[in-house]
Design a protein around this ligand. Structure first.
Ligand code: SF4
Length: 240
């Protein structure tokens, strides 16, 4: 059974994307293969994992890293017994850097009756193939301004699942880079849900104007059937 460096495990509401508002258990895994300017997550490896003391308590105990898949499955089981839970979100960092661990935990929690959601930056298609059968829902980012070939390979594999695409836009996002992403998604499947997420401003990175958001949605709707603008909401209500 595998182990991994886990940053935190807690029960909260999903603040982004298609399943916004659903109660989930979050398993945040260390490390990422990207370095986005707007990143709001501390994903550095840590000696200890913060494990919420009970589901939704927002207080934590420290557990020595790395954690085994069985340890994580036990925490999930306990939280799901305390609060009926929609799904387990494997997030990061980039959870696909730990695809074997995600597989192992998913297999241990199969009987709990909760879905497995992968929140990924959508750039590791080979790792996705190895975990695909263990996952129910995929939230796949597209990082603008980068080559789209990895994202395209990723989405072609992911679309057999309940998959949606999220693109974070800022005041600096250009129509050209946004349209390239839209065209790529449309070439994979025009029915894929695209979520346009205005960035939560951080340091030098500013949110787009309302006019810009509306015009980006308008152009995307010419190529895709389902395009929604959804900001991060967990920060509005001060939950994790
Ligand atoms: S992919 Fe996600 S976790 Fe990684 S640097 Fe970008 S925003 Fe942060």
């Amino acid at each position: 059974m595998s182990s991994a460096n886990v940053i935190e495990i807690f029960s909260s509401v999903q603040g982004e994307g298609k399943y916004i508002g659903c109660r989930q258990v979050f398993v945040r895994l260390a490390e990422c293969n990207l370095n986005c300017a707007y990143c709001d997550t501390d994903f550095k490896r840590s000696d200890v994992c913060k494990v919420e003391t009970s589901a939704g308590a927002m207080t934590f105990r420290a557990v020595k890293n790395p954690l085994t898949a069985a340890q994580v499955a036990d925490v999930i089981k306990s939280f799901c017994a305390q609060v009926p839970t929609h799904s387990i979100s494997f997030t990061g960092g980039e959870p696909l850097l730990h695809w074997q661990f995600v597989r192992d935990v998913a297999s241990l929690i199969k009987s709990f009756g909760v879905k497995v959601l992968l929140e990924t930056n959508g750039t590791l298609p080979d790792a996705l193939e190895k975990v695909l059968d263990a996952v129910d829902i995929i939230s796949a980012d597209i990082k603008l301004g980068q080559a789209l070939s990895l994202h395209e390979r990723f989405l072609r594999a992911a679309k057999v699942k309940d998959t949606y695409v999220k693109v974070v836009v800022t005041s600096e996002t250009t129509l050209e880079e946004f349209l390239s992403a839209v065209e790529m998604v449309a070439s994979v499947d025009e029915n894929l849900l695209l979520i346009v997420q205005p960035v939560t401003a951080v340091a030098e990175v500013k949110a787009p104007s309302a006019e810009k958001l509306l015009s980006l949605q308008a152009v995307a709707l010419r190529r895709l059937k389902n395009v929604r603008i959804i900001p991060q909401t967990h920060k509005l209500i001060n939950v994790l």
